[in-house]
Write a protein that binds this ligand. Sequence first.
Ligand SMILES: Cc1cc2nc3c(=O)[nH]c(=O)nc-3n(C[C@H](O)[C@H](O)[C@H](O)COP(=O)(O)O)c2cc1C
Length: 495
Amino acid sequence: MRMWLLSVILPGLLLTANACSPTDESVKTEETPSVPNPEPNHDSTSDPQSASDRVLVVYFSCTNTTKGIADRIVETTGAAAWRIEPEVAYTSEDLNYNDSSSRANREQNDPSARPAIKGKCDALADCNVVFLGYPIWWGMAPKGIYTFLESHDLTDKTVVPFCTSHSSGVGSSDTDLHRLATGSEWKQGRRFSGNESKETINNWIESMNLNFNHNTKAGAFDLSKGTNGNAPTIKLSSGYDMPIIGLGTYSLHGATCVNSVKAALAAGFRKIDTAHMYGNEEEVGQGVRESGVPREEIFVATKLYPNQYADPEAAIEECLQKLNIGYIDLMLLHHPGTDDVKAYKAMEKYVAAGKIRSIGVSCYYVKEINDFLPQVTIKPVLVQNEMHPYYQDTEVMEHLHSLGIVTEAWYPLGGRGHQKELLNDPVLSEIAARHNKSVVQIILRWHLQRGVVAIPGSSNPDHIKENISIFDFSLTDNEMMQIAALNRNEKHDWY
Ligand SMILES: Cc1cc2nc3c(=O)[nH]c(=O)nc-3n(C[C@H](O)[C@H](O)[C@H](O)COP(=O)(O)O)c2cc1C
């Protein structure tokens, strides 16, 4: 304690409580994040539907420094947050650590002090990982944290303490708390400066291999965040954000493919979908590299084909080499098939190695996904299936969403040989005329309002632009119902 005060006073800083904002500290107490474990520590037997695979950030913060770190953890994990509010708010006099009789100092000196806090944290019941944040007060957590722990049940939860301070490290502020929640698994605490980067926080979270699903709202997109040429993203269960509309590249080859990718990126698309089977991964990679858009802003998905499942490592290496864009954002299995689990497990290893960020599958329906899930460690973030107004597959979509898995539509506009009929559909044409939009735009908007990601393919720059200009209108509930009624359960391809 004394050391900290001396280090504050000696440089003549004479801080008051009003000056509780972070300073540039010279004392760095963080450990270097460890290399991720090659075998992610997920419990493959756990029920993927369980709401308790969730993460929550609980924090106490008087001058919002700790809140800033809590916000970044929320952004990274999609966690819910709960702020510990004292019944009686702390004034700046209360926080004056230079005054030995200030409220905060008295509480920290009194082992039995338990300042009352407002309300109860109901969200705790739904989570298994709790990030617990606080400012360091005289080398300890504020006593409001003690009140919180004594009034809540954290049994069987993983607790990850984090703190902010002027210069002190986490010290024993975290281990002092262990006796207040003995049934919890306590991780080592970590101290952050107020201006810690999101990347540092992300690395720290990744390094712990915590067993939780990022809070993906798989079937609901916040479309109000989109503007024409700038699509909103959804947080995948891997923690990565993915744009909800992308360019499909099936049948695009050579210069046409490269130019389509570039046109899409210029129009504002930030997601490109390819596959080994399309034979254009090199062109897609080239388009990405030549686009002038920074790599990290682009989300590239590719797929392994069943004839590659027997030797998946070689197949993944081939994709990485052909794309030549560093890492792959998303890799899918193209279809169920012999050795699909083996191939998926190889993809899991590449996730651990950081060469693939997220993994999923394609053409898996209720039975296929239910059979598959117990055999793998990382839940697929996404399933890509045929979906369009004539084949809505609502049951499969709802099943996937209930598992926290995003659904994505291939053939979003009806597919080869069928597009014409769909684009001339009288119901869709009438809705399009009402909104002064094209039928294509109506169908794409319908997918997104339904909570389904769409990847329309096109090599025509005008069409590409049109496809991402669907954020200035919305379909009414009635129109959504009219389109729902068009379903014929009519599949347009065999798988
Ligand atoms: C009563 C009190 C005691 C403090 N003790 C320490 C300390 O021991 N070491 C330190 O580096 N900072 C100390 N600080 C500074 C806070 O830890 C720092 O300003 C923190 O980031 C504030 O977080 P907040 O904005 O979330 O409340 C203390 C602040 C107060 C009010």
